[in-house]
Write a protein that binds this ligand. Structure first.
Ligand code: 4NP
Length: 149
């Protein structure tokens, strides 16, 4: 069976989306689903995740330190079945690159009810804890969605 491919997207691909990738990977059967992440911006291409994201992931037994940041590419619309974005700016940026309604339909905010995962980059460790909690709930919801489809 072909795995369902899920892409997590934030701005820099060093704080939120690497965590989202690691959390979802820790919960799924990797023969059924694969997860990757990307940023709308290229500032951090090739970099490891932010040390604060690595730390909060480690505290929950999840290893994300081997991930490397990359920028979203329009080819990702072909490669992935679901594209989950962290906030409304990411949503607008990715939707603006879509070239069909099918591509647009793949893009969803990772939280429900129009909520956003706040960018923790310029804040302290509390922001990373909150980010982990939000993403952990979001990933549980994604699994329920995937299993219903
Ligand atoms: P992320 O956080 O989008 O969750 O990876 C950010 C990382 C870096 C920057 C902004 C947000 N930056 O401006 O460099």
């Amino acid at each position: 069976m072909v795995p369902v491919k899920i892409l997590m997207v934030c701005l820099g691909n060093i704080c939120r989306s690497p965590l989202a990738q690691g959390i979802l990977e820790s919960k799924i059967d990797s023969s059924k689903y694969t997860v990757d992440s990307a940023g709308t911006a290229a500032y951090h291409t090739g970099n490891s995740p932010d040390p604060r994201s690595i730390a909060i992931a480690n505290q929950h037994g999840i290893s994300i330190q081997n991930q490397k940041a990359r920028q979203f590419s329009i080819l990702d619309f072909q490669k992935f079945h679901y594209i989950y974005v962290m906030d409304k700016t990411n949503y607008r940026d990715i939707i603006s690159l879509a070239s069909s309604e099918d591509e647009k339909r793949k893009v969803k905010l990772i939280l429900d009810n129009e909520m956003e995962v706040p960018d923790p980059y310029y804040g302290g460790e509390e922001g990373f804890k909150k980010c982990f909690t939000l993403l952990d709930h979001a990933c549980n919801r994604i699994i329920r969605i995937l299993e219903d489809e």
